[in-house]
Design a protein. Sequence first.
Length: 358
Amino acid sequence: MGSVVTLDLPFRQTTRDARQTALLQRFACERRPDTDVFWLKENAEVLNILTSTGAKLPLSALAPFDPHYITLDRKLAFFPQYYRFLLSLCLDLEDLGMPGDMGARSVEWVASEGLVHAELSDLQRAEARRLCLRRGIDPTFCDSGLDDRLRGFGSRSATFTLPNKKAAYELTHIVFYLSEYGHRDPDLPAVFIDSLRFAGTVAFLEMNIDLLAEICIALRFSGQTPPDTWESWLAEQARHFVIEADATGWVSDDYHPYLMVQWFLSTAGLGGFGTMLPEGGLRITAPRPHVAPLRELSECMYRLEGDRIADWSRMRTRIDPLLTAEAREVVEAAEKAVDFDAFFHGFSRAATVKGIPA
């Protein structure tokens, strides 16, 4: 260890790796105390994105994490409930260049303790498996049906024609884990790809930067090209994030949408991590939409009740006059991006227009 950190002032952040180095330093040292579990969450996410995008950093960039790396075994033993965060942080540090074998030893301990068997969720089991396999151990080797269940969840496309953020985020993470973050074919059926496009349409109509960025990344990891409409909109939104020095404002800031958009830009070959960072704690503010197309569209559909049908070509003439001009413009863009008729078939909920049988 013993690395010396060279802090890059904003005017010196002239290269991508200098800006990424500054980002790591800010997250590791300037936002949350390292005793806060959210410190662990934030830094694990930053390191994961840098590893996923193939960042090439000087060893000095990792120096803020030296004390965390060398004590990781103690933390893992005392806080096994956070083993996925801790493993992720450790493995990414090593893969980014941190010397040591703490990752392999930690994976062996996690497997021997059977921590994956304390997980109730298939998604969490898949994450644990993916982490441990990075050092050659599969703690779920007895569970031969895990991948089929994950693909089965994502293949129920009707789920993703409706606003359901939890399901949509789980969908993207299934792709992340099955694809090894874009390093292998996740072998997804066509209906799973439909689910991604439906979930992306909901996110676009909601103008949800964070979720849409994840969906575009997941599509690329699945060997698909996201709609240009979505990617152009995300690239435009990326230019409107505000990053400012703030000693306390980071407590509830928009760091996650910012990281997701930078990851998206990097994955799409559109740059990423181009912003110079001020000194001290960072407050990141995402652009706020001035219109709510998804809400307007949903409210229109709900009010129509018995007149609701699944044919968008016919419903559009009824809905258009009820939308604001701004919402109508977003809906028209959504139409051009995907097979909107297929999406609307589920979104309309026409089959349940009469309600639940008594």
